[in-house]
Design a protein around this ligand. Sequence first.
Ligand SMILES: C[S@@+](CC[C@H](N)C(=O)[O-])C[C@H]1O[C@@H](n2cnc3c(N)ncnc32)[C@H](O)[C@@H]1O
Length: 422
Amino acid sequence: MAVHESHRWRIGEPPPPIRAHSLVKHKALGEYLRRYVAALTQDPRVDKLTLTIIDGFAGGNVYTDAKSGDQRPGSPSIILDALKAARTEAQSRRTKPFVLDDYYIFVEKDTEAFHFLRETISTSEHGKRIGDTIQLVQGDFCDHVGKIIEFVRARAGGEHAILIMDQCGYSQVPFMSISSIFGSLKKAEVILTFAVGFLIDFLGVKYANGPAIRRVGLDIDMLTNIDKTDKNWKLRIQIDLRRDLEEKTGAPFSTPFFIRSKDSNRDLWLVHLSKHYKARDVMMEIHWENTNSFAHYGRPGLNMLGFDPDKALFESSQIWLPGFYFDDTAKDLAFDAILQELPKYMTDSKRDMVNVHTLLAEISNDTPATAAHIWEVCRQLAAEGEIEIRDKTGHTLRKRGPRSDSDVVYKARQMRLFKFGR
Ligand SMILES: C[S@@+](CC[C@H](N)C(=O)[O-])C[C@H]1O[C@@H](n2cnc3c(N)ncnc32)[C@H](O)[C@@H]1O
């Protein structure tokens, strides 16, 4: 697939122009990394975090702002600066020294882009780390993924790793590579981009890119059923491609939302894959903080992509216009929907009680809401007498909603028995 102008670095020429969706992507990436470190270092007793960040499609690390002519950083610099800020933040919450044992691997295939990458990092404040805790690798990410996994596994102090796979289109990241990452590294997360508009266009040209897609492991037959003239094609991507991705990569948690773009050919699907609902929740918070930058085309409550995809497609075209853009309207929609659906979920699951941790692990992958939103709904349901929330001992009533993951939510009927028995 041809490299787009916005990702072509040529020696002797100015860096490529930065596109609006790259700015959103970079902002989300930087914020995610800061929050990730904050979440893992929340407990002030944690005095060290070992972390490896791999940018598998690093690019030339510099762009031109078409309006001002100024230079803008690429993902490697965004990553290094975000982690520097995260280290300072973690230290500021402690009196004892905090160690961020951070290591970076930046992989770039294209010779000229790699030249820009090396130049920009060498001349930055991080330059002295090259060859020590920053490795610059010129080559194909897929050829290096095995060695990268081994390297992370061998690092003393843990397997915390974030792999960023910001491919140019849709065909450079085989699902097998992601599944070997999740199969080998307990604490890995993957941030993956997909140019889905291009993908569907290519498929429209009678499997023109069939071999490339097969290599990636995408389900071509499923994808060829997606028609970009259908107004629900982005929801189909969320439903079908996400299912395919989760099954083939072995990542149980994912955020399958789009970076908004006026140009449908530039629709960028930003997927965060992880093994834990808390990691997913951190990424969900980034979506809500960047109001109007992301879009979801499914339902607003639980079961966001529907039990029955066809029904979800119908419902989404009926109700969620003009769209779910992680703004106040979206928040109200999500809150109202979960308020109605959560008691039913409890009833359907045939349980009288469930602790908050288990509940969130069960429902959070299928909602565009954050854990904080769900806690807010629990507070409201408790106020309305639909549920009762207590601490894990059962002795303390949480009138203002859950305070900890170990708190327990009781269904109304069980709640009455509970009171009666005391
Ligand atoms: C979308 S750009 C990356 C942009 C960069 N992540 C950023 O946000 O600033 C994708 C880059 O991946 C490189 N690339 C393409 N296929 C690759 C592969 N198989 N392995 C490593 N790099 C590759 C391209 O040369 C291009 O520079």
